[in-house]
Ligand binder design. Structure first.
Ligand SMILES: Cc1ncc(COP(=O)(O)O)c(C=O)c1O
Length: 440
């Protein structure tokens, strides 16, 4: 048996094998999935813009005007006018001096974190950060300290440790870096951004915030969680993707001009990758214009999310941890989560089960994602279906893992009262970078 075969078998035995389902048509509120009509409750097309006529037309026109591909990295064959225009609009939207486009959110996070996390830099990363931030930490030559989820005490403890010169290894040589999702992609809660910025100011750290799920979904006019917290202009780099609420593909880093020049010169995923395709850029531009013109889409998304959370709570699900359009139902074991997912599908609702390594062991879940284009009746019905699916799968929602427990704090103060580094995670995939300061 080949090694690949063995690994695939291992994944199957663990209930972690994945296969892709076939969707016919665009990512609307209802799709045909593997030939069967279902309500789509797991797409990040939050504002329903991916299939909006104006966004489609803009992408089609751009293909005719500028072609389909950008040809090369912008440092090789130049910035196309369509890139420049979107960067200017995104900077205005995010309240920053400038913005720099990347090929995707994954590329932006890995590229920005590795460019700033140079040798000698301590990087502080929330334990529930998205894989692209984790991989950015892994690529960086600095050391990573993983702090317990949203735990400002633990973050501060880590920052203090990094100032110590005791073992000659931890003495700070470079500006530390704090990296966090704004809205956590698998939990739907929001990072304590004000506290993070206060700590960053106090300890002289830089902050990178990934607004993948905040952009277009919260804050004044959908400007994101940073704007909602009144922190515009106080974050060194705000990253956003064009692939979720903005209905397209690509990403951006919003920052000041000096930082943009630094990233242009040092961020390997910017330098060594073809620039985003003109149709995707023009499509995102049209989506952004729609967001400016119709801020009520954001209100509708938030109202829809509140309806789904309330209805799920009535069915006995624990949803208190989410305050956004991402509503996880934390089941626990991977095979049970898969059973609930299949039972919901049989009843016409598609909410994908999310398993390790995307989420920590023992916290497999159904990640429900609301769209502004869902009707309230669809969401009420979806909650009923989830209740029935849980029953059919033999899972009692009240016996699930409450979100607070799922986001367990392995670093909670020990008997000495001192926050401790989180316990290391194992398994065939390691979800996070090593949980304590790690040599690059
Ligand atoms: C928090 C977060 N950051 C970044 C990304 C990656 O963005 P993209 O899909 O544009 O690569 C995702 C997407 O899955 C995400 O959830």
């Amino acid at each position: 048996m080949t090694e690949i075969h063995e690994r695939l078998d291992e994944l199957k035995e663990l209930g972690l094998f994945r296969r892709m389902r076939l969707v016919s048509g665009p990512q609307g509120p209802r799709v045909v999935l593997d030939g069967k009509p279902v309500l789509l409750l797991c797409s990040n097309n939050y504002l329903g813009l991916a299939d909006h006529p104006r966004v489609r037309e803009a992408a089609a026109d751009a293909a005719m005007r500028w072609g389909v591909g950008a040809g090369a990295s912008r440092l090789i064959s130049g910035t196309m006018t369509v890139h420049r225009r979107l960067e200017e609009s995104l900077a205005m939207f995010k309240g920053t001096e400038t913005a720099l486009l990347f090929g995707s959110g994954y590329l932006a996070n890995t590229g920005v974190i590795s460019a700033l996390g140079t040798e000698g830099t301590m990087i502080f990363s929330d334990e529930l950060n998205h894989a692209s931030l984790i991989d950015g930490c892994r690529l960086a030559r600095g050391e990573t300290f993983v702090y317990a989820h949203a735990d400002l005490d633990h973050l501060e403890w880590g920052l203090q440790q990094s100032l110590r010169d005791g073992d000659g290894r931890r003495g700070r040589t470079r500006t530390p870096l704090i990296v966090t999702d704004s809205v956590f992609s698998m939990d739907g809660d929001v990072a304590p951004l004000e506290g993070i910025v206060e700590l960053a100011e106090h300890y002289g750290a830089r902050v990178i915030v990934d607004e993948a799920h905040g952009t277009g979904c919260m804050g004044p006019d959908g400007r994101g969680a940073v704007a909602e917290a009144g922190l515009e202009g106080q974050i060194d780099v705000v990253i956003g993707t064009l692939g979720k609420a903005l209905g397209s593909y690509g990403a951006f880093a919003a920052c000041d001009a000096q930082m943009a020049a630094y990233l242009t010169n040092t961020s390997r995923s910017f330098i060594f990758s073809t620039a985003p395709p003109p149709p995707a850029v023009a499509g995102a531009m049209a989506a952004l214009e729609l967001l400016f013109e119709q801020p009520r889409r954001v209100e509708r998304l938030q109202a829809n999310a509140a309806v789904l959370r309330d209805e799920l709570a009535k069915e006995g699900f624990e949803v208190a941890g989410s305050t956004t359009q991402i509503v996880p139902l934390i089941v626990g074991e991977a095979d049970v989560a898969m059973r609930v997912c299949e039972a919901a599908l049989e009843r016409g609702v598609f909410a994908q089960a999310i398993r390790p390594p995307t989420v920590p062991e023992g916290t497999s879940r159904l990640r429900l994602a609301v769209m502004a284009s869902h009707t309230k009746d669809e969401l009420r019905e979806a909650a009923r279906v989830m209740g029935k699916a849980a029953l059919a799968a033999g899972w009692r929602p009240s016996a699930g893992v409450p979100i607070a427990e799922a986001q367990s704090r392995p670093s909670s103060p020990d008997a000495s009262g001192e926050p401790q580094p989180p316990a290391p995670r194992g398994g065939i995939f390691d979800q996070q970078a090593d949980s304590v300061a790690r040599a690059a």
